[in-house]
Design a protein around this ligand. Sequence first.
Ligand code: G
Ligand code: G
Ligand code: NA
Length: 253
Amino acid sequence: LRLVADLRAAIDAGGLTVAYQPVVETATMRPVGVEALARWHHPGRGWIGPDVFVPLAEESGLVDALGAAVLEQACAQVAAWDAELGLGAPRVVHVNVSALQLDEHLPSLVADTVARYGVGFERICVELTESALMRDPDLALLVLHRLRDLGTSVAVDDFGTGYSSLAHLRRLPVDCLKIDRSFVAELSEGHPEITGAVVALATGLGLSSVAEGVETVDQARALAELGATHLQGYGIARPMDAAAATAWFAERA
Ligand code: G
Ligand code: G
Ligand code: NA
């Protein structure tokens, strides 16, 4: 397939870029981090979303190369932000990791890449979906312990949309639950139940909770009342290229 060859070329030649979406602390609205989101501008077809090219990479054996390229750019960006913004730099960059990357190679990839840029391991948070973690809970346990030993944190993405066993969740060394934006949207329809339950679960387990897809002030207010520790969404800031994200953080430093 032509598109697979193009994706491979983009990964190899730096045609894949990363957008950064800020994450703020709910209590203060202070910026604390960003999520790195892969972007692909195809020479002929224009922008192709990760909803298309991540599955394509997964089907064609390119997922490790894709994941490595995104992690590489994220680490380089942290080093660049530290040089440019000092203490105003994002403290943590969340990097999405495909379920297919959840194996024993992941901790060494993180260890090698982060070390090469000389940034602290605590500056990286690995995001894995709930379904990725539940596919092989024993393998997940092993990999997450290795990541935690490095000092990297782990977030469970799209929490509540998969089939997770709460008993497994409690065993897994994770730091953060990300509340799926479908639940956040329900706040505006008078249904805070699921979001409230996920926040309560995170709080009870001593984890932070990032509400995704926060678009309105009313949602932010409701999330503050429910106790979500962090907010992310178009209402805070859209995903931005590195230059725009740098300016966003500089203005708020
Ligand atoms: O950025 P956008 O909202 O279009 O992302 C759509 C989906 O693609 C999200 O679920 C997001 O987690 C995923 N995604 C974005 N960037 C990456 C990436 O670098 N790796 C993986 N595995 N998924 C990503
Ligand atoms: O599943 P994940 O959290 O990785 O999804 C991130 C995706 O969600 C990105 O593609 C991003 O563009 C999108 N996104 C981020 N904030 C919002 C929002 O407030 N509303 C909507 N509809 N999408 C958002
Ligand atoms: Na994510």
